[in-house]
Design a protein around this ligand. Structure first.
Ligand code: TYD
Length: 215
């Protein structure tokens, strides 16, 4: 049964847009779902998100960064995801445990087995039933975020801490996500996110319809 769907991908891969489109589609078919995100998704989580993403305000050591993401997840699972699942809602989550493996593991070099154990604690053992990995070349994603930041710009720069990372960091993250997908092809669907939004949405709809039909 599909209860939790996560959307993963590099910065600017379009996962947030795809999540919203799927949410609208499912709502139009009368399916009760809850859309949420990490970091964020709770009041405390939004505070943690601010700390994590504000570029250049304070220096954050790698272990601190990791524990902030995990703290955010623990609160999110406790306050939002578990109650929603318990009430029978389908949960759509913008980033989840795979982001920690890709960014802190492959990106920062933290041991993957340790991250898996920590993810288990933070997520209370909850794993996504389906994950959409929106994959596109790093340059495509970064140019989309640069465009988004220009559009949002009102005085200061909107670039976040991760967008300031060098291209090789983003390459490692991308390769990491693809490796995770290779290891779990039955859960993680890799979608070519350099295609037009509608095309990607169509593919997602097809997969979700099939999954929901199969129960
Ligand atoms: P997000 O809001 O999805 O950013 P964007 O829309 O630009 O992709 O996520 C914020 C950042 O947090 C993103 O760069 C990835 C990072 N992140 C981690 O490093 N580890 C994690 O466990 C999570 C959930 C996110």
């Amino acid at each position: 049964m599909v209860r939790l769907i996560s959307f993963e991908g590099g910065d600017g891969s379009g996962k947030t847009t795809q999540l919203k489109l799927l949410d609208n589609y499912l709502a139009s078919r009368g399916k009760l779902c809850l859309s949420t995100r990490e970091p964020g998704g709770t009041t405390l989580g939004e505070m943690i998100r601010k700390i994590l993403l504000e570029a250049g305000k304070v220096e954050i050591a790698y272990p601190t960064e990791l524990f902030l993401y995990l703290a955010d997840r623990a609160q999110h699972v406790h306050e939002v995801i578990r109650p929603a699942l318990a009430s029978g809602r389908l949960v759509l989550c913008d980033r989840f445990t795979d982001s920690t493996l890709a960014y802190q593991g492959y990106g920062r070099g933290v041991d993957l087995d340790m991250l898996r154990r920590l993810n288990q604690v933070a997520s209370h053992g909850i794993t996504p039933d389906v994950t959409f990995l929106l994959d596109c070349p790093v340059e495509v994603g970064l140019s989309r975020t640069a465009q988004r930041n220009m559009n949002l710009k009102s005085g200061g720069s909107r670039e976040d801490r991760f967008e300031q990372e060098r291209a090789d960091f983003h390459e490692r993250v991308r390769r990491g996500f693809l490796e995770l997908a290779r290891a779990e092809p039955q859960r993680i669907y890799v979608l070519d996110a350099s295609r037009p939004t509608e095309e990607v949405h169509h593919e997602i709809k097809k997969i979700v319809d099939e999954k929901l039909r199969d129960g």
